[in-house]
Write a protein that binds this ligand. Sequence first.
Ligand SMILES: Nc1ncnc2c1ncn2[C@@H]1O[C@H](COP(=O)(O)OP(=O)(O)OP(=O)(O)O)[C@@H](O)[C@H]1O
Ligand SMILES: [Mg+2]
Length: 326
Amino acid sequence: MTADILKITDLSIHYDTPRGALKALRHVNVSVPRGKIVGVVGESGCGKSTLISTIIRLLANNAKVASGSIVFDDQDLLALSETQMRGLRGTDISMVFQDPMQTHNPVLTIGRQMTDIQYRDKSTTAEKRNRAADMLALVGIPDPVQRLDQFPHEFSGGMRQRIAIAMALMARPKLLIADEPTTALDATLEVQIIKRLHELQAEIGCSILFISHHLGVIAELCEEVVVMYAGEVVEQGSVRDVFHSPSHPYTKALLDCDPGHIKEKTRSLPTIPGEIPDLVNLPAGCAFAPRCSQVFDACRSNRPAWNECKPGHHALCHLAETETVS
Ligand SMILES: Nc1ncnc2c1ncn2[C@@H]1O[C@H](COP(=O)(O)OP(=O)(O)OP(=O)(O)O)[C@@H](O)[C@H]1O
Ligand SMILES: [Mg+2]
């Protein structure tokens, strides 16, 4: 048994567009160790959802795997048939999305949906209902037995998201993939859900791949963090190393824009000046160079290497080369 439940190596995904191939992911390496929580951060359009869709094989029709492999629990996911893949989704790999209505069927009661999800289980419907009620209680839904007979619209947004997490964890998956599950919620609820998710993860012992552009949430929940920019992983390491001593100027800029890091009160949140590059016509050299405050000549012409800042902490940046202590 390998140490990583998920190991993504050299993954490149291109979308076919009228203007040419849009390189949504380029040579991405991400590993999720068994029992650990790994966070992925990055601005809108950097490829977070593309990464997840590739893992669970729900990519758009115009997408093509240009290179790479995805090994989940010692199986090569890209080589599995659609039927084998369907067998994994919702059992060994569960998902939670930003909009819980994507998960819930509006015309079926929550109880019905939570018993249906246990279709592989041989126990009686009454036993499945009991298990569903227990799970609702575990995610903090009061009066769980009565609430099983209600429909999704009878719950608040925060409750629906907690139910989505309950449903994703019912199968006791080996890996939970969460794509911005708390982004649509208010801050207090977000904290509650993150806390609950942490407790459940510890209890079930699963691994989590958690996508968010909210750095505070990543810092709270995750042990490892992967920073993405324009389809590439630009920095990776422990949450402590990456957030306390960021190496890549992009990570520094992201942290400077985070509400949790802003000391003075401002009316509007700062954003990183400039825009992400055109992924059809990428610049030569470093993709972040046009926006980088520390840019120098080599950045515009040479691709940076994946440099080690310290053991377990890497950055795709020319500056990290000089920072390396040998
Ligand atoms: N089916 C598609 N065809 C063409 N381009 C696509 C397609 N899906 C996504 N893209 C492009 O791929 C890039 C990465 O998109 P993706 O949705 O993975 O980003 P993201 O990091 O999840 O963004 P967000 O934070 O907004 O959810 C973007 O430039 C996007 O416009
Ligand atoms: Mg997305």
